[in-house]
Design a binder for this molecule. Structure first.
Ligand code: GRF
Length: 187
């Protein structure tokens, strides 16, 4: 099987990146992580790229024409698939046009519910019975695009923001690899 050369975009902790790095070691897993892009120099996740010898670049999205810089590196590393993993920026049209249906994202709620930030506090405030995570294709709207995989759990009365975050992350480590396999295995 030819693995797709993949770039993971991060801004923070990078635990999904770490999980995907481990999963991608399996020769049956359809991606090879060839590049990590971060827009935040303090992103903890950069440590995983360093530790596992994955090329990584920091691209400040506040600079003019930053998209050209992103596209330059995606081309340089022959990237054909992109996973957003805690990347706190909207992907601009310019990049989406070059990677139509080739960019996916993971979000810590059951989309279309609770798009955007502060998901856990809003979920609790809304007294939701269940929550989970969603992997979806990326378009130019926030947390939008066709859904690939959704995973759910029931919220307990004892749950708080911290436990919801932990439980959601745990599900994400299953959902993201599952979504990648679902859309790429048959190619
Ligand atoms: C995850 O909860 C993901 O759903 C959201 O950002 C978080 C990233 O976590 N988009 P990490 O950086 O992978 O640990």
């Amino acid at each position: 099987m030819v693995k797709k050369k993949t770039c993971i975009f991060i801004s923070g902790q990078g635990s999904n990146l770490k999980n995907l790095i481990f999963r991608a070691r399996d020769h049956n897993f359809p991606i090879k992580i060839s590049l990590v892009i971060s827009n935040n120099k303090n992103a903890y996740g950069i440590k995983y790229a360093k530790k596992y010898n994955i090329p990584h670049v920091l691209i400040d999205t506040k600079i003019k024409n930053y998209e050209n810089k992103i596209l330059f590196y995606l081309k340089k590393y022959k990237i054909s698939f992109i996973c957003l993993a805690g990347y706190m920026r909207i992907i601009s049209d310019k990049i989406i046009r070059n990677f139509e249906k080739k960019i996916i994202n993971i979000h810590p709620s059951l989309l279309p519910k609770f798009k955007g930030l502060n998901t856990f506090s809003r979920i609790l405030k809304n007294k939701e019975k269940k929550t989970g995570c969603t992997v979806h294709y990326v378009n130019n709207k926030l947390d939008d695009g066709d859904i690939i995989v959704k995973k759910t759990f029931f919220i307990k009365s004892s749950d708080n923001e911290t436990t919801l975050k932990q439980k959601t992350h745990k599900l994400e480590y299953k959902a993201y690899p599952e979504a990648i396999i679902k859309i790429l295995r048959r190619n």
